[in-house]
Ligand binder design. Structure first.
Ligand SMILES: [Zn+2]
Length: 76
């Protein structure tokens, strides 16, 4: 029975982690406006209305790029 509990904990953790990441992603990209085109400048594929990116990979890649840019831009 302990194994079953461990498994469901792992699943819950993965689920929570995904939710947190999704929330962080939407915060990160709040300043972007859906244009019908993927915001990843290396992709620029057509996306559904209201979406910023064609998939999570593009959102991830763009987020990493934005973070790098903002990190290098905020030197005190
Ligand atoms: Zn894309």
């Amino acid at each position: 029975m302990a194994d079953v509990c461990d498994d469901s904990d792992a699943i819950n953790e993965a689920f929570v982690e995904r939710g947190v990441k999704a929330a962080q992603a939407s915060l990160t990209f709040r300043h972007l406006t859906p244009t019908g085109v993927c915001h990843n400048s290396r992709c620029e594929a057509d996306v559904e209305i209201g979406k910023l990116f064609c998939d999570n990979q593009c959102a991830d890649e763009h987020g990493r790029f934005e973070r790098l840019r903002s990190n290098s831009g905020t030197r005190h």
